[in-house]
Design a protein around this ligand. Sequence first.
Ligand SMILES: Nc1ncnc2c1ncn2[C@@H]1O[C@H](COP(=O)(O)OP(=O)(O)OP(=O)(O)O)[C@@H](O)[C@H]1O
Ligand SMILES: [Mg+2]
Length: 252
Amino acid sequence: MASAAGHILQVKDLVAGYIRDLPILHGVSVYVDRGEIVTIIGPNGAGKSTLIKAVAGLVSVSQGSIELNGKNIVNVPAYQRATQGVGYVPQTGNVFTTLSIHENLIMGGASLHRGKAERRIEELYEIYPVLKSRRREKAGVLSGGQRQILAVARALLTQPDLILLDEPTAGLSPKAAAELFALIRDLSGDGVAVLIVEQNAKAALRNSDRGYVLAEGENRIDGAAHTLLADKEIGEIFLGMRRDTPLEKEEA
Ligand SMILES: Nc1ncnc2c1ncn2[C@@H]1O[C@H](COP(=O)(O)OP(=O)(O)OP(=O)(O)O)[C@@H](O)[C@H]1O
Ligand SMILES: [Mg+2]
């Protein structure tokens, strides 16, 4: 659990990338508090997924820190971060399509004792009944929205303090995206800290407390989600929209 005053996640001055001496992130800083939904937006290639992967432990960090509940986890391997409170739902390939829904959930609980994992799966079936009713079916037959619910549920097996979602609504219908955002808001209501990367900046910010705009591996703008939605510069410069039109006024 978080200390009363501290952030659940605090990334400070992070320099990270895939190849030695060729950083993608050039000193990025973000934080997420308990129960907060924070969205990262920015153009393609800005480093949004790289930032999420750095927090999950999947890219190498050369400078800066990543604190989870006040403890620097930069040197903690990815599989241990998962058991220490970080849930990660990647941008693509986030379910095993040839395994059943139930088997996918069991995979998410691999680090738990078997009895504990089974109890957690039953709890998640109560929260997400669509998964329970289709538990024997292969994940590959699920709709896009149901797949994302499964991917999120799997990340929740270990009861993370922080969940990282990379483009969770990509490819979903507006209705399925709205359902997923409702699920995400429920998670934050339960105290989970949520960090989302989204292409759908407007919908994401409307469902968020705060946001950060990244460009070229650097922080550009951050603030309350409603402030970013009203900011004319963001739509114009970073998201390639019409001049002088704040995000909140853009057509979907
Ligand atoms: N596995 C990798 N190996 C080397 N470079 C990579 C790798 N993945 C991404 N990159 C590079 O890192 C930079 C940032 O990519 P990243 O995926 O973080 O961007 P993004 O903001 O998530 O973009 P998108 O909106 O397209 O998902 C890009 O220049 C990309 O080519
Ligand atoms: Mg990405």
